[in-house]
Design a protein around this ligand. Structure first.
Ligand SMILES: [Zn+2]
Length: 345
């Protein structure tokens, strides 16, 4: 199989490196993480900053932006950022591992303050669509050429429709960032699935979504389905403790990442190529369909935001074996070959 490069719209960290580490994030570490992402076929990603107070958001964006600017792979792979929060629903379950105390209603001026001075734009913002001011926030973001997603949200049918009307384009990691118990039918999952104007991002690690639930979501979303990893530093890394946005999270032997002793998940330990193999292995998609969900489809979603800024992504081509293991890669001037995986890998 040959495909375009994979595009991951939600990456909090990778291969032991936390993109939310603030001043602790070095250029060397960033290059190491981007190198490891390339080996999974990801040629374009939106490094993701999660909920924090304004001063911490500022520090984290500045450090991330500097590390990417100075990294030789940064310019090729990172056209901009994903801000997930702080405009999220603070209620238990909806908040996930994000700190609810610093969540707030959507405030576009905060986005402008965070972005001022950055070399790269904030391209995607995940908000809870039921919060006061959400619709006007979405309109302002859209007018500025940004994409808005709904996530960590209790938005009902009407709120989701209004958000889509205002210009929201994506449901962030649908099925996650939600309490365990929800109304059986009038719930945010059905509301977002039913809204044809929303692409639907899904974490296909078999942990965030039990495979049968993933199967149903994929079928319902159809051509709107997109794969993301929501990876943290514990992805492409062994079991153990990792930093994530000022928290310590633990990757267990099964690959789940949690705050130690807690049930709810804190990002994932997933690599995007492994998500492709999961879909193939579970029989939920063939190779071409799985690759589209992780390459051309998220690229198409991103395109208007890039076009608004005159950003063009470098050309890319990936070659895969029958089991969807990456064999070689071209990204702009970079060419890499990857040795065959060990049996059972
Ligand atoms: Zn999230």
């Amino acid at each position: 199989m040959i495909s375009a490069g994979l595009v991951d719209l939600q990456v909090n960290g990778f291969a032991g490196v936390d993109f939310n580490a603030g001043t602790a994030l070095t250029t060397t570490a960033m290059t190491q993480a981007l190198d490891a992402l390339l080996a999974t076929g990801v040629t374009c990603l939106l490094p993701t900053i999660i909920t924090a107070d304004e001063a911490s958001l500022r520090t984290r964006f500045d450090a991330l932006d500097e590390a990417i600017e100075e990294s030789p792979l940064g310019a090729l792979m990172c056209p901009g950022y994903h801000l997930e929060g702080p405009f999220l629903n603070p209620a238990p379950g909806y908040a996930g591992c994000h700190p609810p105390a610093v969540m707030q209603p959507p405030d576009y001026a905060l986005v402008e303050r965070l972005e001022a001075g950055l070399k790269r734009p904030i391209l995607l913002i995940t908000i809870a669509a039921e919060l006061p001011g959400a619709d006007s926030f979405i309109r302002r973001a859209r007018a500025a050429g940004k994409l808005v997603a709904i996530g960590h949200s209790a938005a009902d049918f009407a709120a989701v429709q209004a958000a889509a009307e205002a210009g929201a384009v994506l449901a962030t990691h649908l099925g996650n960032g939600l309490p365990q118990a929800l109304p059986k039918l009038a719930n945010p999952i059905f509301a977002q699935l039913a809204e044809d104007r929303l692409a639907v991002s899904l974490i296909a690690d078999g942990i965030h979504l039990p495979p049968p639930a993933l199967k149903v979501l994929l079928r319902a979303a159809g051509e709107r389905a997109i794969l993301v990893t929501d990876a943290v530093a514990a992805a492409a890394a062994p079991p153990g403790l990792y930093d994530f946005a000022g928290m310590q999270v633990e990757r267990d032997a099964a690959g789940a990442v949690r705050l130690p002793g807690q049930v709810s998940l804190a990002g994932s330990g997933l690599c995007l190529d492994a998500a492709l193999r999961n879909l193939l292995g579970w029989g939920f998609a063939d190779a071409a369909a799985a690759l589209a969900m992780a390459s051309t489809r998220p690229a198409a979603l991103l395109r208007p935001a890039l076009a608004a800024r005159g950003i063009t992504l470098p050309g890319s081509e990936l070659r895969w074996d029958d089991g969807l293991h990456l064999r070689s890669l071209r990204l702009g001037p970079i060419e890499r070959a990857y040795p065959a995986p060990l049996p059972g890998e």
